[in-house]
Design a protein around this ligand. Structure first.
Ligand SMILES: Nc1ncnc2c1ncn2[C@@H]1O[C@H](COP(=O)(O)OP(=O)(O)O)[C@@H](O)[C@H]1O
Ligand SMILES: [Mg+2]
Length: 279
């Protein structure tokens, strides 16, 4: 039995509106969803009010990690048949989750009306949370880019593979061309340890400046590769940070979350919702 801590953790947040944190970073299989879920649960364990939104309509698997029902219909919400509140589910670890569904057509053809609907829905719930963590799909479509450009914080997940890095530069380049002053916080996943992760981050940083890309970069941390524990977590459908109080991976999430929360740089809230609408 996994002990849920949600009832004994004191409420820690002080913000009136949720900060939107988008998790992206190029190709599939690098661990965006794995990161998003465990990071969201780690924040929750610290007493923050957290909602995770699964916006990967292509290869969605937040549900797999959190044991939520993947039948919930985001499309119904878009079609104004239910409210955003109605598509929020409780996942393992006491976390609230929205499953965006697998209706590829709907998301790819998102028009102004649907984006307005998403704006409306998030507006209704954002005062209920401190952080809204959005897990995105691989690649850059209108929704992904809209999310990156309008989030309060952007975390890019990558791993030491060259293909992952090349994809990452594309995301950074395109997003920075669209908006100045973006800050990308980098997490190196599936790494052997801090030395390799630091090398990877330095490479990213050098390449970005060689290309003349004007953007802010910060190293948020690394996560070691541990297939045994990750597979165990997926099989049990319980996030690693819930399953293990200690161990290398848990420690990595702890360090990342410490650094994330330490960020005192006050960023002006530039209207996440309006950015999403491309206004
Ligand atoms: N640090 C890690 N160690 C071992 N396996 C990992 C790690 N991070 C992710 N994985 C595994 O890699 C696969 C892809 O991860 P996933 O989060 O679905 O990637 P993405 O969302 O980027 O497509 C999953 O099977 C996941 O469990
Ligand atoms: Mg994913």
């Amino acid at each position: 039995m996994v002990k849920e801590k949600r009832d004994i953790v004191p409420y820690r947040g002080s913000q009136k509106q949720a900060k939107v944190v988008t998790i992206s970073g190029s190709k599939g299989g690098i661990g965006k969803t794995f990161f998003a879920v465990n990071f969201a649960v780690e924040l929750k364990k610290r007493g923050y009010r957290v909602l995770i939104i699964d916006a990967d309509i292509n290869l969605s698997n937040v549900g797999l990690f959190l044991n939520i029902d993947e039948e919930s219909s985001f499309t119904e919400f878009l079609e104004k048949r239910v409210r955003m509140q109605d598509v929020i589910q409780k996942g393992v670890g006491g976390i609230d989750a929205v499953y965006a569904g697998n209706d590829f057509e709907t998301i790819l053809t998102l028009g102004e009306e649907q984006l307005e609907r998403i704006r409306e829905g998030l507006g209704q719930i954002e005062s209920n949370y401190d952080y809204i963590v959005i897990d995105t799909q691989a690649g850059l479509n209108r929704l992904n880019l809209g999310l990156i450009l309008s989030s309060d914080r952007n975390i890019l997940v990558t791993n030491p593979e060259i293909t992952a890095l090349v994809d990452l530069y594309k995301v950074i380049k395109l997003a920075s061309q669209k908006k100045r002053g973006l800050l990308f916080e980098i997490v190196v996943n599936k790494t052997s340890g801090p030395q390799e992760a630091t090398r990877v981050y330095q490479k990213i940083s050098q390449t970005v400046s060689q290309f003349g890309i004007k953007t802010g970069l910060a190293f948020l941390g690394y996560i070691v590769e541990d297939s045994k524990r990750v597979i165990e977590s997926i099989q049990k459908r319980v996030p690693i940070v819930v399953l293990h109080e200690s161990g290398a991976i848990r420690e990595c999430f702890r360090l990342i979350t410490n650094l994330f929360l330490k960020d005192v740089q006050k960023r002006k809230r530039r209207g996440f919702l309006y950015g999403l609408l491309g206004r």
